[in-house]
Design a protein around this ligand. Sequence first.
Ligand code: MSP
Length: 522
Amino acid sequence: MPSKSFYITSPIYYVNDIPHIGHAYTNIACDVIARFMRLDGMEVMFVTGTDEHGQKVQKASEKANVPTQQFVDNASQKFKEMNEILNISNDFFVRTSADWHKQSVIDAVRFMVEKGDIYLGKYCGWYAVRDEAFYAENEIKDGKAPTGAEVEWVEEPSYFFRLSNYQDKLLKFFDDNPSFIQPEGMRNEIINFVNQGLSDLSISRISFSWGIPMEKFEYSDSDGNKKVGFDADSATHIMYVWLDALLNYVSCLGYNSSNTSEKMHKYWPASVHVVGKDILRFHTIYWPAFLMSLNLELPKCVIAHGWWTNEGQKMSKSIGNVINPIFLVDKYNLDATRYYLMRGMSFGHDADFAQSMLINTVNVELCNKLGNLCQRTLMFIFKNLDGKIPNANSESLYEREEILKYSLNKFIEYKEHMQKYAISKALQSIVDIVYEANRYIDHEAPWVLKKTDIARMNEVLYTVCELIKHIAIMISPFIPDSAQKIWKQLGLEQSMSFDEIKKTIQCGNSIGKIEPIFSILE
Ligand code: MSP
């Protein structure tokens, strides 16, 4: 992958349900990282989408009494709408029911067959449709999966992937790449799981039809002998939905086994897969093993975030307490929702969602601190300086004003956090500048200096404008629309980028029209 390319993915979402804040959270987190990387000059590919095959989806469409293709078309559209409403800047939207995806998957799986990594056997064991996952006997507790999902006993012919062959290679890979799985605690869980021994993975089912059939095909082995792949009553074998779904990460780049895709050359291996902690096992064991089988490089890292609960309770359809992100945007506005989702959960940990916390966080940090800082500074400039950026020697200010040095250090800290995907820590670095800038203006009191020392007043106001500019750039991945409004109110016209941090604002420039950026939430 060229060094300027950056490829980030969200999970692709099951279409048996409508989008909720768990999905919104992951997509906003990916969006923040993607926007940050673009500001940093990277060529970003950010992909999200929908996971449309499998038993769970088929059952949901049957329950709704809608033809399955129509059902998935409608449901997938809901996820696209969610992305638009949340201002998600994805470059591509994958749908696993699309023909190009299916072609790419069939090509990949045939490659695995030809390599000898897939064989026909019989699966006898537990399966949870809700999780679309197989569970070993020792994982079943009180008749349920460790996730609490209902399980059913399955006994049927199945194709298997030789996962056991990859156990040692995976352990070596984890060892050689300590930052592959983040956070650290979850990495240890995965390593323990692999250390307990991996069984081969069942990768086809015959008990339902909604998915990619494993159709018979002919090929020549390395000695030129004619062979047949998927020769069992093949069209009845439907591909395991996780094999199909994980391959979306390369199908969307046009993967084919002859390696002719330009996008694959440009963006693979992925820089980061962002996932919820519940699906880490699929992404850090199965997916790397599939990739090894395909002779493809492994993603640079997989990061797992925690789960949102609702006022202390697990969210579920049956309890009826699932939070709809679109409802939040309607009620509180977009950037308030984006800000709180990023600020209210420390990345990698679980968090409880409470509307009172959203209101409080947004009112204190965005309205009272950031909004107020912009409003009072720019209003003062408007009233007292004819709306022009004050005259000050910007270079000497950067040498003399401790607060500007502080802010630049925080900028470095912020970048380091973001480069490690420590989103909450990065946001904290910005909040630190906002609080310090407020303290600075209170302490320097330009409204007093106006009567005693105009030159100093100009310096102070200029310094605060620079701080507001730093904040606008840094916070733009989190709340893009509001950051853009701040930028315009400062009178800046060039497009925002990290290079602008070092270019000082031109004295005498007119500031823009001043309007409140954030409104107090009730
Ligand atoms: N289709 C699979 C992913 C395939 S990726 C190749 C899937 N889909 S899902 O729709 O069930 O879940 C998608 C993501 O939503 C997961 O990362 C999961 O962790 C996340 N969340 C679901 N509920 C959540 C919360 N309550 N809180 C935060 N995220 C949660 O799994």
